[in-house]
Design a protein around this ligand. Structure first.
Ligand SMILES: CC(C)(COP(=O)(O)OP(=O)(O)OC[C@H]1O[C@@H](n2cnc3c(N)ncnc32)[C@H](O)[C@@H]1OP(=O)(O)O)[C@@H](O)C(=O)NCCC(=O)NCCS
Length: 438
């Protein structure tokens, strides 16, 4: 596929790589947590991704093979998933398990693997890439912070309510029989004005009972029930972490009006789970770490808690025009709802390399096509707004508003006040209600 130099060959993963990649990843990832030993949770995750995972397989791995030995010297995996915003599908590739064996470091193998991965995603129309990980490092590979799905305050165990049921609602561990109902809840969330990552029936079954026991990405799912009906769910860690922290990864209610009575029941359930884990481990249960946005209904209606800084995800957009084109219905609806009509037949956004021409009919957005790139978009009379790609990502994903971006990006240049107003309305803050598929 691509040759690093004569020493390495980059190729797609194969089922026969499972043991080697599990070994490479387990001996390089999270070594402090594993006390320098191979990390069993990482090894099990690699095996799960290689075998039986509903949306990943060996071919999602890229391997830099040492030609002399035939052994993997470095690898990563690109996990494909669909996110949704207001009914619009956004193909995303989440990059995980990036590692180079110590004896092969110094050869820029990550850079070479990412180049191959980006080319695959480009060819397959996977518009967005995301990765958590080493601060700053991934900026060097074209990523920038443009999303946060956390930042909610942590709830001390002592602040959790004691009620175990509220107005008929209860919470209980999920079973595979709940998978259809859970998928239906996710499906409904896809049309909401939040960023979501839905699971279908097969994916829910997998989360509930499909993963290897040690898989570091295995979580417990609980359902919010009203008698026999499933009305929502919680996803939390299978043990306490750090100083006795239970981690909450996702919470959903099928009907927004249920949140007020669901919140105390959900929090009380987490209290019971935390105490159970504490009793089993002999560690104290101190708090619930909510990996949720501060805008999440459970957070807004829950106790104030202890402030927590958002971590931020690295994001990358390969083709900004494709991203804007996908978002066309959302942009249309936002301008329509605000009663805004663009006065001419087009609005050109240039991302210093790509140009998107937004087309209007009777003031309403009807299309997004590729425009002519300009060498100097900030001064080009045919460009309405010059927006650096990372700033566009922040706007498009609802991570920052245009006023925020204008304050911190001098090279983000709307041509006039009308353009500025349109782009401000086009890109409001969006709650990331994501539990990515890994
Ligand atoms: C991070 C890692 C994959 C990089 O390996 P690599 O691609 O072979 O990188 P190289 O050794 O060729 O170094 C390339 C550059 O990245 C820098 N770099 C390497 N590891 C780094 C780290 N952990 N943090 C910051 N910079 C790092 C190097 O200093 C070098 O910089 P230079 O260009 O200025 O000389 C490797 O160190 C590793 O496997 N670490 C343990 C697992 C891990 O942390 N994975 C990432 C999880 S998000």
């Amino acid at each position: 596929m691509l040759t690093a130099d004569t020493r390495y060959q980059v190729r797609v993963g194969r089922a026969g790589d499972a043991d080697h990649l599990a070994d490479l990843q387990a001996t390089t990832q999270l070594q402090p947590a594993a006390g320098g030993e191979p990390h069993a949770g990482i090894a099990a995750w690699v095996h799960d991704l290689m075998d039986g995972h509903p949306s990943a397989g060996p071919a999602d791995f890229l391997v830099a093979e040492d030609v002399a030995t035939g052994r993997p010297a470095a690898s990563l995996v690109g996990l494909r998933q669909d996110w949704f915003l207001g009914g619009v599908r956004l193909p995303v590739g989440q990059v995980e398990l990036v590692a180079t064996a110590p004896e092969h470091r110094g050869n820029r193998l990550t850079e070479i693997l990412f180049a191959a991965l980006h080319e695959r995603f480009r060819a397959d129309g996977v518009t967005l890439q995301m990765i958590e990980g080493i601060p700053y490092f991934y900026r060097r590979l074209g990523y920038d912070y443009a999303l946060a799905d956390d930042g909610a305050p942590s709830v001390p165990a002592a602040s959790l309510p004691a009620v175990s049921s509220g107005a008929g609602l209860t919470v209980r561990p999920a079973t595979v029989a709940d998978a259809d109902a859970l998928a239906a809840i996710d499906l409904r969330l896809t049309v909401e004005p939040v960023l979501s990552c839905p699971r279908d029936r097969g994916a829910w079954r997998y989360e509930i009972s499909g993963r290897r026991h040690d898989d570091i990405s295995r979580y417990e799912v609980a359902v919010l029930a009203d008698g026999p009906d499933v009305r929502g769910y919680l996803v939390h860690s299978v043990q306490l972490y750090g100083a006795g922290e239970l981690v909450l990864f996702a919470a959903a209610c099928d009907r927004p009006e249920d949140w007020a009575r669901a919140v105390p029941v959900m929090l009380a359930y987490l209290g019971v789970v935390g105490s159970r884990f504490a009793a089993a481990s002999g560690e104290p249960f101190t708090l619930v770490r909510q990996r949720l946005s501060p805008a999440h209904p459970l957070v807004r209606m829950g106790p104030p808690g202890v402030a927590k800084r958002a971590r931020g995800w690295f994001m990358r957009v390969g083709d900004p025009v494709d991203l804007l084109s996908r978002l066309r219905p959302v942009l249309h609806d936002r301008w329509h709802a605000a009663g805004l009509r663009w006065p001419t037949d087009s609005l050109t956004i240039n991302t210093y390399g790509h140009a998107a021409r937004l087309e209007f009919t009777d003031g309403e957005l009807t299309g997004v096509v590729r425009g002519h790139p300009s060498i100097s978009p900030a001064t080009d009379p045919d460009t309405h707004a010059a927006v650096p790609p990372a700033a566009l990502l922040q706007l498009a994903l609802g991570y920052r508003t245009l006023p925020d971006v204008l304050n911190s990006w001098p090279d983000c240049v709307p041509r006039d006040h009308l353009t500025e107003h349109f782009l401000t309305v086009a890109f409001p803050l969006v709650e990331a209600r994501l539990w990515p598929r890994v």
